[in-house]
Design a protein around this ligand. Structure first.
Ligand code: KIV
Ligand code: ZN
Length: 498
């Protein structure tokens, strides 16, 4: 019989640490419920002591989710642990994830400490956490660069103190797959009491080896994997949940089973990408736009004769419906609702009606409405309650012409107008907005992306605006990229003018 592998999802903690990916509590609950449907075993819901927002999200996710264990991160610090236990009070199954750095550089530079003292602090943290919660996971931060003999001593000590799971993070994504596998094997063979706990992988992708390292860890005895949807996370990201789930589903000879309902993979991937404004690279394994697209003539011919010639996964197994009905200006509400459901979005009738109105307007301008457009429309009223709104925008620009923009904004219902010239249409429009909003603010980052092919496509704009020493993130999507740029700018301003 196959061994059970526990899936620990950290999209809402490690994934959410990415600048610009922050979600509000309602959005986090949406993701947590989608993860529950997907069949994950553990949801790491946040780091409660880090902010009131994180604390509140852990509380609300604990109430909203039934089956998965809800986990909260802490440092090996009593107050962190106490606050985490409080945030978890409504969880039906709860876990505290505490830990400390164990590598020479963490011990020396981060803690100015010694190996013995770190073991004492680790044991004390587990014992303290055990007063509140039975299920305690301990992380040995930077285990990837920690000497195996010393790591084994830490793991043995925390298991003896009551840890139920021990996490072996390759925090910097440094290990080779063989090296990481050896590390897990060493612990499985040398730690007294290792079979009374579960060893967990937690691999970062700095050298593109996160998934390979995770698989190597499991082959050598780890029975929990820490992963995120679409592999999002600090720097180059974490191990992608969808890759691990499909590797073990495809390679039955490895004898590992997960509880993942793989048909939910694509809808959850789209939901996370859309809510976090984090595009999935086109060639991303399993969930990228091109993952099942065959472009060369030879491949197309082979796939048409027999799909298995070039496909090792049936797209339907990951929730990609090939027979999706094309959405055009002639599609009805039912078709739109069907596509939204496939994408994991369920709207009440009134909201569906308003999204449908917007859909028809877009379909008049754009012949092929794709999944990103639909998700964008469904999320469009995220700005409905904003204080500052773009009322109208008119620009004149062209080769040999000075760019000029006229802008009207409503601020708390009152209309303000301004006009400006500039070094291009976006510059002119932004300067006009600045004439209305008298604040010191500078654009730090400005990224324009087309979602798909075609000159009629939606443009997505991500912007970071600095104000009073803090950065604020703005996002907008529009078929008119100048309008999207101004809307993203206003979205960022709305974050600091309440
Ligand atoms: O990468 C890491 O080491 C972590 C720990 C906090 C678990 O995210
Ligand atoms: Zn991490």
């Amino acid at each position: 019989m196959a061994d059970r592998l526990y899936i620990f999802d950290t999209t809402l903690r490690d994934g959410e640490q990415v600048p610009g990916c922050q979600l509000n509590t309602i959005e986090k609950i949406q993701v947590a419920q989608a993860l529950e449907n997907l069949g994950v075993d553990v949801i790491e819901a946040g780091f409660p002591v880090s902010s009131p927002g994180d604390f509140n999200s852990v509380v609300e996710i604990s109430k909203a989710v039934t089956w998965p264990t809800i986990c909260a991160l802490t440092r090996a610090v009593e107050n962190d642990i106490k606050v985490a236990a409080e945030a978890l009070r409504y969880a039906k199954h709860r876990r505290i994830h505490t830990g400390i750095g164990t590598s020479p550089s963490h011990i020396k530079y981060k803690f100015n400490s010694t190996q013995e003292e770190i073991i004492e602090r680790a044991v004390a943290a587990v014992k303290y956490a055990k007063k509140y919660v039975e299920d305690i996971e301990f992380y040995c931060e930077d285990a990837g660069r920690t000497d195996n003999e010393y790591l084994a001593r830490v793991v043995e000590a925390v298991i003896k103190a009551g840890a139920t799971v021990v996490n072996i993070p390759d925090t910097t994504g440094y290990c080779l797959p063989s090296e990481y596998g050896e590390k897990i094997k060493f612990l499985m063979e040398n730690v007294k009491g290792v079979h009374t706990a579960i060893l967990s992988t937690h691999c970062h992708n700095d050298l593109g080896m996160a998934t390979a390292n995770t698989i190597s860890g499991v082959i050598n005895g780890a029975r929990q994997v820490e992963v995120t949807i679409n592999g999002i996370g600090e720097r180059a990201g974490n191990t992608a949940l969808e890759e691990v789930a499909m590797i073990f589903k495809s390679h039955k000879e490895l004898g590992i089973d997960t509880n993942i309902n793989t048909k939910q993979i694509y809808p959850v991937s789209r939901m996370v990408s859309s809510l976090m404004n984090m595009p999935v690279q086109a060639n991303k394994a399993i969930v990228g736009r091109n993952a099942f697209a065959h472009s060369s003539g030879i491949h197309q011919d082979g796939v048409l004769k027999n799909r298995e010639s070039y496909e090792i996964i049936d797209p339907k197994d990951v929730g990609i419906d090939d027979n999706i009905i094309a959405l055009t200006a002639r599609s009805g509400r039912a078709a739109l609702k069907h596509r939204l459901n496939i994408l994991g979005v369920d709207l009440a009738q009134e909201k569906l009606d308003s999204v449908y109105e917007e859909f028809l307007k877009l379909a008049d301008r754009k012949k092929d409405i794709n999944d990103d457009d639909v998700l964008m429309l469904a999320g469009k009223d995220r700005t409905a309650s904003q204080r500052i709104k773009l009322e109208y925008l008119q620009v004149t620009s062209g080769v040999g012409l000075q760019s000029v923009a006229s802008v009207a904004l409503t601020i708390a219902g009152e209309k303000f107008e301004a006009a400006s010239s500039g070094n291009g249409p976006v510059d002119a429009a932004i300067k006009a907005v600045k004439q209305i909003i008298h604040r010191q603010m500078t654009i730090q980052e400005f990224l324009i992306q087309a979602i798909n092919k075609g000159s009629d496509d939606m443009g997505k704009v991500h912007m970071q605006v600095e104000h009073n020493g803090a950065n604020y993130y703005g996002f907008a999507a529009n078929t008119d990229i100048i309008a999207a740029s101004v809307e993203a700018y206003i979205d960022a301003i709305n974050k600091f003018i309440k």
